[in-house]
Design a protein around this ligand. Structure first.
Ligand code: NAD
Ligand code: UFG
Length: 360
């Protein structure tokens, strides 16, 4: 029976779809394309050499969502769909609560109605708030620093209450650390709207000449070089974690949380250096004031996932950098075919003089 993937056109969802298809699963994708492009779905199909049904449906539209369950027998749901920009969530909290929480409740109501009880949920290391120590294990206290984080925490709580109410449910809460990288083919990858919020897409856009320089948010943290430390994980390793979680929810009932990270932390400046060494492309940067709400150090204790799901991240930091760069350099404008690059931009220059033309 097929796996329903909500948010399957997005960054992590698209990589997970490829791994599911390669492993022989049938999939159905639901996405409203609010933060993704249909082109990613064609590319998933091309990489895996298989086609699959896609429903352009908003989780907020219960009737349309129910049709997906009427037309298909679904075995389990991997639930990626949600809004994820921290800053935007502070400006537009109601949009985040409505989309992420109401969307999830709609999905759960329909799953209940059609007796689909297995879910793998995209949570986040953000549920640990400002961690007091590292490495972070699943039993650390949970808190939220912003509305986005609160939606993840609330959904974890909703799913926990649901399991308590009915032990038929089987749920994995996957707490991702910092996904970067892209599929080896360079055909799918992260395609942020506008100026990236996250470090790696910012670095690759500086490297390709779309942005002039990286702003490093603070160099006075209690770390060796003063810049923030994170646990970067290759998105393909992360995608494979979802297949392990699917096996877990298919063979046992309950609700469990798992950290998906490498267990290793790298500073911002170490990331810049690793990228330059892996790609040979320089990344100019300047130090600016810290970003409010950023933790100094955050990395996972990922031993629970290793013990209980037999999953561990395998790909090196070098591969993460090489694969991020392959995606960015082959697709300087992401999935947007209507944007072409013109001008005399030199991706190795520090001036960032590419500009873009929209073709009608
Ligand atoms: P993404 O934005 O690339 O993918 C999310 C997808 O969900 C998009 O394709 C979007 O169009 C779709 N979507 C959003 N709301 C929807 C709705 N109401 N109905 C239907 N589709 C909807 O994000 P991503 O990086 O792939 O993240 C996937 C999930 O993982 C998200 O829930 C995110 O919060 C979580 N997560 C991401 C990160 C990260 O750094 N990328 C870290 C931790 C957790
Ligand atoms: N950073 C910069 N300059 C930038 C962007 C980031 O110096 O332009 C620094 C940050 O200060 C931080 C590190 O690079 O030290 C990583 O920042 P990201 O924005 O890439 O990632 P975060 O750890 O801040 O946040 C990410 C997701 C959140 C999620 C969190 C935990 O964006 O949604 O990981 O999973 F909650």
């Amino acid at each position: 029976m097929p796996i329903l993937v909500t948010g399957g056109a997005g960054y992590i969802g698209s990589h997970t779809c490829v791994e599911l298809l390669n492993a022989g699963y049938e999939i159905i994708v639901v996405d409203n394309l609010m933060n993704s492009k249909q082109e990613s779905l064609s590319r998933i199909s091309e990489i895996a050499g298989k086609s699959f049904p896609f429903y352009q449906v908003d989780l907020l539209n219960e009737q349309e969502l129910e049709k997906v369950f009427i037309e298909n027998e679904i075995d389990a749901v991997i639930h990626f769909a949600g809004l994820k920009a921290v800053g935007e969530s502070v400006r537009l909290p109601l949009r985040y609560y409505h989309n992420n929480i109401t969307g999830t409740i709609n999905l759960l109501n329909i799953m209940k109605k059609y007796d689909v009880n297995r879910m793998v949920f995209s949570s986040s290391a953000t549920v640990y708030g400002m961690p007091e120590r590292v490495p972070i294990s699943e039993d650390f206290p949970l808190s939220a620093l912003n509305p986005y984080g609160r939606t993840k925490l609330m959904i974890e709580e909703i799913l926990t209450d649901l399991y308590k109410s009915d032990h038929k449910w089987s749920i994995a809460l996957l707490r991702y650390f910092n996904p970067i990288g892209a599929h080896k083919s360079g055909m799918i990858g992260e395609d942020p709207n506008g100026i990236p919020n996250n470090l790696m897409p910012y670095i690759t856009q500086v490297a390709v000449g779309k942005l002039p320089e990286l702003s490093v948010f603070g160099n006075d943290y209690p770390t060796a070089d003063g810049t923030g430390i994170r646990d970067y994980i290759h998105v393909v390793d992360l995608a494979k974690g979802h297949l392990k979680a699917l096996e877990k929810v298919s063979t046992s009932n309950g609700i469990e949380s798992y950290n998906l990270g490498t267990g290793k932390g790298y500073s911002v400046l170490e990331m810049v250096e690793a990228f330059e060494v892996a790609t040979g492309v320089s990344v100019p940067y300047k130090i600016v004031t810290p970003r409010p709400g950023d933790a100094a150090i955050c990395f996972a204790d990922a031993s629970k996932a290793r013990k209980e799901m037999e999953w561990a991240a395998e790909k090196s930091l070098r591969e993460m950098c090489e694969d991020s760069w392959r995606w960015q350099s082959k697709n300087p404008n992401g999935y947007d075919e209507n944007l072409i690059q013109t001008g005399t931009g030199n991706p190795h220059s520090k001036s960032g003089d590419f500009f873009h033309v929209k073709i009608d």
